[in-house]
Design a binder for this molecule. Structure first.
Ligand SMILES: NC(=O)c1ccc[n+]([C@@H]2O[C@H](COP(=O)([O-])OP(=O)(O)OC[C@H]3O[C@@H](n4cnc5c(N)ncnc54)[C@H](OP(=O)(O)O)[C@@H]3O)[C@@H](O)[C@H]2O)c1
Length: 334
């Protein structure tokens, strides 16, 4: 397997001083890939030179990934302190005392004594079963509550105080929600994980996070071509077919996926692409170290942003909500 020297991969400094790689690997099997397939890919990715991994309890594969981390440390493939391991508290563990329990379970499953970053996965306590298919609204779905979110965040701050997590972050937030939450945070989020790809560039949120010194982690950096049925609508775009992306990929003799990664890293947010295929995940890492996009290509992609969200979060819609845009506070991301 080709090894990419991690020293060559760009890095970012978080608002708490921590330094993390400018690209990581996603570990959500999209209900299509088994826990063993994903954890095998994690081992391969460590061999290839990946040093950042995006995990979550909801992905139902932390025990398998934990075995792989333990094996990699035991074999001397990598040292614990060389990895940035992130995870997230799932929506059914927002209650008082639950966040500590959720974090403890993740630590046990991943076989770690600390996490580099722990995030609130969604700003709603709405639970849906793994692999859920969309059949109308969930009876337990509720809209965002500042009080509920802050009680969850206070527990995140406590985990940080205890040193069990080296940084804390949020996911799936909007500017509207951040405006309410940030003034109340004793410890500001170091990162925010949201969907970003060339077909959904989120410029307003990007500028907002830059101004507030919060690093954006980009999920679905390729527009998530394998996402579960529940996250698709008939008029969705296919990121890999975006004409400007296809043309730039031709000029660089590569797959559009590679341009998605180069664009992300050069723009300054952290993509966490998922793939279980060695040629893909090695290529995704390697492309951050060579053959950069020109300023003109970056500008061309910016101008071409069709601004179309893939991950709509429809399963979290509460009874009275009109449509999925309410999950995102009806914000225009451009
Ligand atoms: N915080 C959140 O709420 C949230 C939500 C969603 C995802 N995430 C995180 O973000 C990660 C990535 O998101 P994602 O899985 O939705 O989407 P993605 O990374 O945009 O898309 C993954 C798919 O892209 C294809 N791909 C990857 N590299 C490729 C390459 N070099 N050439 C061609 N195709 C390539 C693969 O398709 P094939 O398998 O067909 O090759 C793969 O299944 C997840 O694993 C998870 O860690 C977080």
């Amino acid at each position: 397997m080709e090894h990419i020297n991690p020293v060559l991969v760009p890095r970012h400094r978080l608002n708490n001083g921590m330094v993390i790689p400018a690209i990581g690997m996603g570990t959500f099997g999209n209900d299509k890939f088994s826990a063993d397939q994903v954890s095998d890919a994690v081992y391969g990715a460590i061999e290839a030179g990946y040093r950042l991994f995006d995990c979550a309890a909801a992905y139902q594969n932390e025990p398998e990934i934990g075995k792989v981390f333990a094996r990699a440390f035991k074999n001397g493939l990598v040292k614990r302190e060389e990895l940035t391991i992130m995870s997230k508290v799932w929506n059914d563990m927002h209650g008082q005392g639950d966040v500590l329990v959720a974090c403890a379970k993740t630590l046990r499953d991943l076989q770690l004594d600390y996490l580099d970053c722990y995030m609130v996965h969604w700003p709603f306590p709405t639970y849906h079963a793994p692999g859920a298919v969309l059949h109308g609204r969930l009876p337990n779905a509720v809209p965002f509550s500042l009080e509920e979110f802050m009680s969850t965040w206070r527990q995140m701050e406590k985990l940080y105080d205890l040193g069990l997590v080296k940084a804390i972050g949020m996911s799936n937030m909007t500017i509207t929600k951040l405006e309410q939450v940030l003034p109340l945070c004793r410890i500001k989020p170091a990162v925010l994980e949201v969907e970003i790809n060339p077909t959904f560039q989120q410029w307003k949120l990007f500028d907002y996070c830059e101004a507030h010194d919060i690093l954006l982690i980009a999920y679905s950096p390729m527009g998530s071509p394998c996402r579960p049925e529940r996250d698709t609508t008939p008029d969705d775009l296919v990121t890999f077919e975006m004409p400007e992306l296809v043309e730039i990929a031709k000029a660089h003799h590569c797959h559009p996926a590679i341009i998605c990664i180069k664009w992300a890293v050069q723009r300054g947010h952290v993509p966490i692409p998922f793939s279980v295929y060695e040629n893909e995940y090695v290529g995704n890492l390697k492309c951050t170290t060579e053959d950069f996009l020109t300023d003109e290509e970056m500008e061309r992609l910016k101008k071409a942003d069709p601004n179309r969200r893939m991950m709509k979060g429809m399963v979290f819609l509460w009874e009275s909500a009109k449509d999925w845009r309410e999950i995102w506070d009806n914000e225009d991301p451009e």
